[in-house]
Design a protein around this ligand. Structure first.
Ligand code: NCD
Ligand code: ZN
Length: 356
């Protein structure tokens, strides 16, 4: 047994399903899953039902989060076709603006380039704009943001071309950051998954895409799960929605990768703590931490705390187990049991917190 303590980890990209998708996940179940995965802060996306695109929907979302969360949290707001000015006034209460430029789950997709530009100009310069874009759309939005002179964050980079393009842009000094999701790092199209269960956006890549992500580790600012829970019934049904649960399995998978020499502990801590804290201006509490046994080996079970009830990583052998998590001095998870009550998590943008 080798127990190591890491600082509080942040997952900058999750989907809790409240309001509107409570049968898939709630704040109470999704943050229980996050704690079981060693995550102390989750930043939640706005493609709920209804989507979070104005003050009233943000009020509802933050109230639901505050009532249910067992770990600390923040919320993104969504860019819509005509809410650029109004949504920007909410920047202090949100962790970022999410722009969906590609095919996704929910109705927040923006097709019109002039709308992209309006949002890039309206959102405060020191705030985060997180973008879902791939291929030619990714190239266009990077160019546009660079010409306006503002930073953007690229969500879940999955392909060799995309990570290569980001690497070149960063080298040119373009102000962008990006994240990679565990399913794009540890799974690919050759992974044996039933077709509905394999649906995710961006899609799983080729083994070459996967290799390219690892080769460009230095370009990847954050690891983020894109925890997108849907039930097994939905995944195995006629019209399977895209998305994988992921918060419970990311850290064990990354710790396993350290044993294979793919990265080291500092690479994990920088991408799950230091960079997220810097990029989003998050409060840091020295009494928020996670203890892992880096030697414990086990097989990922078929389901865990997430209400979705499945994982694409089931059966994989991992080495590295989450033993204890503390949030601001209180033990929140211990040896397989979630201790923190629903409603004990704190909004990272609450009054008095550091803002971007
Ligand atoms: C996400 C979801 O289900 O909310 N699905 C996914 O495949 N990643 C939506 C998204 O992040 O685009
Ligand atoms: Zn997502």
């Amino acid at each position: 047994m080798t127990t190591i303590r890491l600082p509080g980890l942040v997952d900058v990209h999750v989907h809790m399903r409240q309001p509107g998708g409570e049968h898939k996940e709630t704040w109470a179940t999704g943050t229980a899953a996050a704690l079981a995965g060693g995550i102390g802060t989750v930043l939640a996306m706005p493609n709920t039902s209804p989507a979070i695109v104005d003050e009233a929907s943000l009020d509802v979302a933050l109230r639901l989060a505050a009532g249910g969360a067992r770990c600390d949290f923040g919320h993104y707001v969504g860019a819509g076709p005509d809410n650029a000015e109004a949504i920007a006034t909410l920047a202090g209460r949100a962790v970022g603006l999410k722009m969906y430029l590609g095919q996704t789950f929910g109705d927040l997709r923006l097709d019109d380039i002039s709308t992209w530009e309006t949002h890039l100009e309206a959102w405060p310069e020191d705030g985060v704009i997180a973008v879902h874009a791939e291929g030619s759309t990714l190239k266009t939005i990077i160019e546009l943001a660079d010409s306006i002179g503002r930073s953007i964050h690229i969500c879940h980079v999955a392909g060799a071309d995309d990570i290569g393009h980001i690497a070149v842009a960063k080298e040119r000094g373009v102000d962008i950051t990006c994240e990679a999701a565990p399913h794009h790092l540890f799974l690919d199209r050759t992974t044996d998954l039933p077709p509905g269960r394999a649906e995710v956006r961006p899609r799983l890549g080729t083994p070459e895409d996967r290799r390219a992500l690892w080769e460009h580790l230095d370009v990847i600012d954050c690891f983020a799960t894109d925890h997108a829970p849907h039930t097994l019934e939905e995944k195995d049904g006629d019209d399977p929605p895209p998305g994988f649960p992921g918060v419970e399995t990311m850290l064990p998978l990354l710790l396993t990768a350290t044993h294979r020499g793919l990265l080291d502990l500092d690479d994990i801590v920088s991408r799950l703590h230091h960079r997220p804290v810097d990029m989003f201006g998050l409060p840091v509490d020295e009494d928020s931490w996670v203890e892992v046994d880096v030697d414990a080996s086990y097989e990922i079970p078929t389901s865990g705390q997430s209400r979705s009830g499945w994982t694409p990583f089931a059966g994989m052998s991992v080495r590295g187990r989450v033993d204890r998590v503390a949030i601001r001095g209180e033990v929140a998870y211990e040896h397989g049991g979630v201790v923190a009550a629903a409603g004990t998590g704190r909004d990272v943008r609450r009054e008095g917190s550091r803002r971007p």
